[in-house]
Design a protein around this ligand. Structure first.
Ligand code: CUA
Length: 352
């Protein structure tokens, strides 16, 4: 049978549509690439800063190159077929043997090899990332709340929130659980994601190879403020970390300055103390406190689970109307006159 002119024009039209599609995809690709080029640190898992995150990135690149290779081979075969049909005037003779090779090879054997290689490599990386390093000198417990992170250092008897300090260059065990719904702990530059389950405790080991502040996010939808449930991991040189531990172990100092005393009284009387703990001021240890521990709030970098920078203005806005900043969080507004608010702010800022 001859290839007619209408067949040829159909092939030409098909090729045009395909090329137009490719141009469109190319344009989208270029725009996406330029937009995404801003997506480097602090949430770039392809810019790992610890050994486990590096292995996760290795797996990503392995899958990327393998997927790209399969894509290129399929495209080459497709264009070759189109080109052959275009070049030949006559209908190509039937080649059942080639068809069989393509179906068995391309449809069954190659996919089995590709998927098996991916499976084996994934299992290997998963085992490496999940294996506990020996020895682990520091364990930190992280408890997920809607919508913030409670942080304990059990051996050092320290409690804090939304900010995890670790020493640089050594593996740190993070034990994870939740008091309400499922959250997910994700610091892309230090590790993959791990869920926090209300009914069980899970462990992961993070390690930062260089000092810095690494941003973490909740990576499991957990309610209206899931997007504002972030935290920071601050990796410090060992001596700086030791100094931080020592500072955090101290209870809040008893103020003597009248303004600070007034601020402390407001903290207790205005209802803050019903949910927030200040070591040395309120009940000594409450595990699973309804609100973040504020013993050293003045030394923290952020407020409201890394939503706001810790400045006086942001702290005032947060205390007065937290629902305007994070609608649906558990903190109610606090009605204070400006003098009381100033005294409270001064007191909280003094808690370093
Ligand atoms: Cu917690 Cu999403």
């Amino acid at each position: 049978m001859q290839v007619t002119n209408s067949d040829r024009s159909l092939i030409v039209r098909g090729a045009r549509v395909l090329l137009a599609g490719t141009r469109w995809k190319l344009a989208v690709g270029v725009i996406a690439a330029s937009l995404l080029s801003g997506c480097t640190a602090p949430l770039d898992m392809l810019d790992p800063r610890g050994p486990r995150a590096a292995r996760v990135a290795d797996l990503w690149w392995f899958m990327f190159w393998l997927g790209l290779a399969v894509y290129v081979v399929v495209l080459v075969l497709l264009f070759y077929a189109v080109w052959r049909a275009w070049r030949r005037r006559a209908q190509p003779e039937a080649r059942p043997r080639l068809g069989q090779i393509l179906v068995w090879g391309g449809g069954i054997i190659v996919p089995i090899i590709v998927l098996l290689a991916t499976l084996i490599y994934t299992i290997r990386i998963g085992a490496e990332v999940a294996a506990p390093p020996k020895p682990t000198e520091l364990t930190i417990e992280v408890i997920g709340h809607m919508f913030w992170w409670e942080v304990h250092y059990p051996d050092q008897e320290i409690m804090t929130a939304n900010e995890i300090h670790i020493p640089v260059g050594q593996p740190v065990e993070i034990q994870l659980t939740s008091v309400d719904v499922i959250h997910s702990f994700w610091v892309p530059q230090l590790h993959g994601k791990i869920d926090l389950n209300p009914w069980m405790s899970t462990s992961m080991w993070i390690q930062a190879d260089e000092p810095g502040v690494y941003r973490g996010e909740c990576a499991e939808f957990c309610g209206v403020q899931h997007a504002r449930m972030a935290f920071q991991v601050v990796a410090q040189p060992p001596e700086e970390f030791a100094a931080w531990l020592e500072q955090q172990r101290q209870p809040a100092p008893q103020p003597t300055d009248p303004r600070l005393l007034r601020g402390q009284a407001i903290f207790i009387d205005a209802g803050c103390a019903q949910c927030h703990r200040i070591e040395g001021v309120t009940a000594s240890t409450i595990s699973g406190t309804p609100g973040p521990d504020l013993t050293h709030i003045g030394s923290r970098r952020t407020l409201a689970a890394a939503t706001l920078e810790n400045t006086r203005g942001n702290l005032a806005a947060w205390i007065v109307d937290p629902q305007a900043i994070k609608p649906g969080n558990n903190m109610p507004p606090t009605n204070l006159n400006s003098e009381d608010l100033l005294a409270l702010l001064t007191y909280l800022e003094s808690l370093e």
